[in-house]
Design a protein around this ligand. Structure first.
Ligand SMILES: N[C@@H](CCC(=O)N[C@@H](CS)C(=O)NCC(=O)O)C(=O)O
Length: 184
């Protein structure tokens, strides 16, 4: 299954979940502060079966909230399901040809979240280019251009086949590195 079809499946999945949820909670997400819990209940199994994206429930709740927050902050005019589907493909779907990807970690040496990722990179013995955003204005401005903010850590996954994926969130990065390069 390629990433375009995974994304399309996810768009449909998020849309059908939103429809089912709004039948129970008339105004949908905006009237139900617990919507991520409801969504996670409905999405956990199909995400595993249809997109090969396994989640424990608490993590899925966290990822849904995060994607929703990013949508509100950066792209509230865009279609929610399409935005969230893209974020899930970028951050959680298995890479197509991981061995050929070039990885770069945007980080600050004093950031505890970055240190957590750096330790994992060392533990896994991965060859990842480190881009210090304090030392290099260029790295910082590249990050802001790509993501609209300078928050680190962010893993840039440069694939020979597709566009770059920019993955924020230390726990997501660690999870991705383990799923893609760790002992399976
Ligand atoms: N939840 C994020 C937290 C990342 C975070 O808060 N990073 C701080 C540095 S420790 C940062 O980049 N702050 C500057 C900014 O957001 O522009 C993670 O786990 O990666």
């Amino acid at each position: 299954m390629n990433q375009t079809s995974t994304r399309q499946r996810l768009v449909e999945l998020f849309e059908s979940t939103a429809r089912a949820h709004s039948q129970q909670s008339s105004a949908g997400r905006s009237s139900d502060p617990d919507w991520p819990i409801w969504y996670a209940e409905h999405l956990q199994r199909p995400l595993q079966d249809q997109a090969n994206i396994p989640f424990i429930k608490s993590r899925l709740i966290y990822c849904l909230m995060n994607a929703d927050y990013e949508h509100a902050a950066a792209a509230s005019d865009s279609n929610w399901s399409e935005f969230v589907a893209s974020r899930f493909v970028e951050c959680y779907a298995p890479a197509k040809a991981p061995a050929e990807d070039q990885l770069a970690l945007y980080y600050m040496p004093t950031c505890p979240y970055c240190i957590r990722v750096l330790r994992e990179i060392e533990r896994l013995g991965l060859d990842i280019e480190l881009r210090n955003t304090i030392e290099s204005r260029q790295h910082r401005s590249d990050l802001i251009e790509a993501r609209g903010r300078a928050t680190v850590p962010v893993l840039r996954i440069h694939s020979t086949t597709g566009k770059d994926r920019w993955m924020p969130e230390s726990l997501d990065i660690i999870d991705y590195l383990n799923r893609t390069y760790g002992d399976k």
